[in-house]
Design a protein around this ligand. Structure first.
Ligand code: BV8
Length: 249
């Protein structure tokens, strides 16, 4: 189908839907200049992200891991959300039930005004005490101390994110699967759809009868299973869909 026909088709779907969900990945923030995970630009020094985003890497060298997160915070801090983030924030107000499920830890959905966000993998602007488990927000960029320590007990702080090999919060994960299985339309935006369990959410939504709409620069393992697939930049395609959407708040 031509892109225009696809735009028309997705607006038809969204025009009559009450329960809509969106799953986002690093691709939705790429147009802000934030490196994706698996894209060419995802490399830091000579490390692959999966090598640093693990409990064993932190145990081995917490300073090195914090230097990586401080580098990423330094890239994220000055940027503004892009039109893709903004459309999703606006859709939260025009659909009776709109759920935003993100794998991103950059906090840009929140900064664009989205409220109802499930941050599956945590948030880079939050830290957790390795002793007490308390979570604190820290927006310093650059960090004043690397590695940072707990202001109340002095123990090492770790990024409040989910590392590979670590389980996600069961509360957030259960809610993500519940809302995915209840939505009528799920948009899957800017994710390579390989990291589990996040990559299973669109499949469980499809099994429950939802229509799946994918927006990605490239095909993904999910593409053969979706109802409508847009190949392009989410910061351009989402505003295009929004402009043609006959739904106002
Ligand atoms: C767990 C936080 C229990 C940290 C992240 C089953 C099978 C195989 C493996 C596993 C499995 N179950 C569990 C695993 C292991 C692992 C996993 O899935 N590994 C993968 C690599 C196969 N999962 C886990 O470890 C999870 N924990 O399952 O615990 C357990 C444990 C062990 C074993 C069994 C069970 C925890 C996963 C969470 C890890 N933490 N982030 C940090 O960020 O520092 S994941 C991190 O990577 C991101 O959060 C994100 O989730 C993922 C990156 O994926 P994307 O966001 O999709 O980004 P990517 O760069 O890959 O792709 C970008 C896409 O955008 C591309 O498609 C590109 O084409 C597109 N794009 C680019 N520009 C644009 C665009 N699209 C549109 N517009 C554009 N402008």
């Amino acid at each position: 189908m031509s892109e225009n026909a696809d735009i028309h088709a997705v607006c038809e779907l969204l025009g009559k839907a009450n329960r809509v969900a969106a799953l986002t990945g690093a691709g939705i923030s790429a147009e802000c200049g934030i490196p994706t995970f698996r894209g060419e630009d995802g490399l830091w020094r000579k490390f692959r992200a999966e090598e640093l985003a693990t409990p064993s890497a932190f145990h081995r060298d917490p300073k090195l891991v914090w230097e990586w997160y401080d580098w990423r915070r330094g890239i994220i801090a000055p940027v503004e959300p892009n039109p893709g983030h903004e459309v999703l924030a606006r859709w939260e107000k025009i659909f009776p039930e709109f759920t935003l499920i993100t794998q991103n830890i950059d906090g840009l959905h929140g900064r664009s005004g989205s409220k109802n966000i499930l941050e599956l993998h945590g948030n880079i602007w939050k830290m957790r005490c390795t002793e007490e488990g308390t979570v604190i927000e820290n927006l310093d960029s650059p960090l004043k101390e690397i590695p940072p320590h707990c202001p109340s007990c002095g123990a090492l702080l770790r990024p409040h994110v989910v590392w590979f090999g670590e389980s996600l919060s069961s509360t957030i994960l259960q809610r993500a699967f519940l809302l995915s299985s209840q939505c009528e339309v799920m948009l899957v935006i800017g994710t390579s759809a390989v990291v589990q369990p996040a990559a299973s959410l669109p499949l469980s939504a499809a099994e429950a009868g939802a229509k799946i709409v994918e927006i990605n620069l490239n095909p993904t393992p999910l593409t053969p299973y979706v109802d409508i697939s847009f190949t392009g930049k989410s910061g351009e395609i989402l505003p295009l869909i929004d402009k043609n959407l006959k739904r106002k708040s």
